[in-house]
Design a protein around this ligand. Structure first.
Ligand code: PRP
Ligand code: URA
Length: 210
């Protein structure tokens, strides 16, 4: 584990991840919980956003007070399931631009296949927040970071609600420069490359396609 990996300890995150795991948690609640966990993780991932001072007039006097410096931000969900995390981050940074990377895992080989990639302009100037609820083998996340780097992105943070040790190791090895934020680090992968204990298929649970 390097200093680029941040595994969330906050009790609210742990509690909400536990509710996500329950198989009886329905689509509506599942979506809401993914968004809430993302807000809490986003708070942590954005802890080093630079500030600048502006002058404002309060009802009592004029003062200098800090605001987020005009740094450009891009939220990039890995389709489909990463979309479920976008609302949590736009709650924190409403002005962020949003890109999309479409990848699906081959059910037999578990290799990622790209079907879409569109990123905001000036990606090289932006802090990129890549979102996906699940980091399993790491294949999808590695491919997504590859795309972002090919398009010029350099400052990348990845947010996963749940990760498997196998995927974390692979992503760190492929992209040691990216920061990785994880809601919970799970035990392992099963023979179908599903995370255990995990929460099942995140995309199906978010979109109700079970
Ligand atoms: C899931 C998940 C990740 C990927 C993780 O997506 O949302 O993108 O699998 O697996 P990996 O780390 O082994 O690549 P999936 O391919 O099922 O697509 P979906 O979001 O459209 O359901
Ligand atoms: N994708 C999911 O949605 N869940 C897993 O456990 C692994 C990959």
């Amino acid at each position: 584990m390097t200093d680029k990996v941040f595994i969330m300890k906050h009790p609210l995150i742990q509690h909400k991840v536990s509710l996500l795991r329950k198989k009886e948690t329905g689509t509506n609640e599942f979506r809401r919980l993914v968004e809430e966990v993302t807000v809490l993780m986003g708070y942590e991932a954005l802890k080093d956003l630079p500030l600048e001072e502006i002058e404002v007039e309060t009802p009592l006097e004029t003062c200098k007070t800090p605001v987020i410096a005009g740094r450009k931000l891009a939220i990039v969900p890995i389709l489909r399931a990463g979309l479920g995390m976008v609302g949590g981050l736009t709650t924190l940074v409403p002005s962020a631009k949003i890109g999309h990377i479409g990848l699906y895992r081959d059910p037999e080989t578990h290799e990622p296949h790209e079907y879409y990639c569109k990123l905001p302009d000036s990606i090289e100037e932006r802090l990129v927040l890549l979102t996906d609820p699940m980091l399993a083998t790491g294949g999808s996340a590695i491919a997504a970071v590859d795309f972002i780097k090919q398009k010029g992105g350099t400052n990348i943070k990845c947010l996963f609600v749940i990760a498997a040790p196998e995927g974390l190791e692979a992503l760190q090895k492929a992209h040691p420069d990216v920061e990785i934020y994880i809601g919970h680090l799970d035990r392992d992968l099963n023979e179908k490359a599903y995370i255990r204990p995990g929460l099942g298929d995140a995309g199906d649970r978010i979109f109700g396609t079970l």
